[in-house]
Design a protein around this ligand. Sequence first.
Ligand code: DAH
Length: 366
Amino acid sequence: MTPRANVDCVPCLLYCLSFAILINMEDLKKRISETMSFAITQIAELCSLEQLEGVRVAVLGRKGDFAQIAKMLGTVPPGDRAEIGQLLNDAKRQIESQFQSRKQSLERLQLQERLAQEWVDLTIPVSGVQAGHRHPVTIIQDELEELFMSMGFRVVDGPEIESEYNNFDALNIPAEHPARDMQDTFWLADGHLLRTHTSPVQVRALKKFGPPIRMVAPGRVFRNEEVDASHEHTFYQLEGMMVDRDISVAHLLHFMKALLSSVFGRDVEVRLRPGYFPFVEPGFELDIRCLVCSGVGCPVCKQSGWVELLPCGLVHPHVLQNCGVDPKEWNGFAFGLGLTRLAMMRYRIDDIRLLQSGDLRFLNQF
Ligand code: DAH
């Protein structure tokens, strides 16, 4: 009886089993479709890349929902596995593609936001920024270099830190010579000094190039002295020298006049008086009528109406000798132009301190 009963029960068991499998199939399909619609809604709604990635891992990751569902495939009858497998793969592919396109659009959005923040319109005219320009002393220096080059002079450079020999001895100013007191000197600890004038460049150029020579040497010079409206510790000079055969005071005057009429664009009143400089013989002071006050008297001309502008003379034979040049064969003239003072005359600046002040209200006038 019992076996029979058992045999009778087989169809029922099969029915029950297939029902269970049926439920399982439907359940699986339902889970797949629910998971998919959950994932797709999430993907569409989320706005951060991190959250998006979180959903992707939760659904498609190795331990994600679909991995769990895939494990259940084993309970599906072999005949139906293909269908469920297909369903699963389609769902995954769909989610993956939704995920990728959402990710791309989020990335694009982020980039746009970043660009909007960083965006700068380079074509907008800049306001409040002024272009720089040359300093008044530089303007004059450039002009004079041009002028002298057009007259066959070369422009020579020399160091601001000089030897005592080049600054003094070679220029016929030995130690203990009272002329050393004319120029208060900044001495360096090693015995060098800040050049007190551009004249040492004469020595360097004469030694280097030899005669015949025409040279100018513009540059910064330093004096250890009290600063006031007409004195600075740092200022600019332009040294000039011509050494050749049979040079006379007439040559000197010719070039000095060319220089002055070029700088002022007109004839200026000048006077020549004897002046003492150890490196020239004879030596002169070439003064010009003060252009700041038109000769009436002001702080720049020390109320005298005249400004010392161009000390000059014929190169002393000792200087030529010191530079290895035979004074019997060669002679020349030299001058030391106060570039800073010339700028003050030309632009009618009545206080030398303004030139180094860095004050833009002053500088922007040029
Ligand atoms: N070196 C002189 C100074 O600074 C200026 C000077 C005077 C230069 C006469 C010269 C010159 O070449 O001949 O005071």
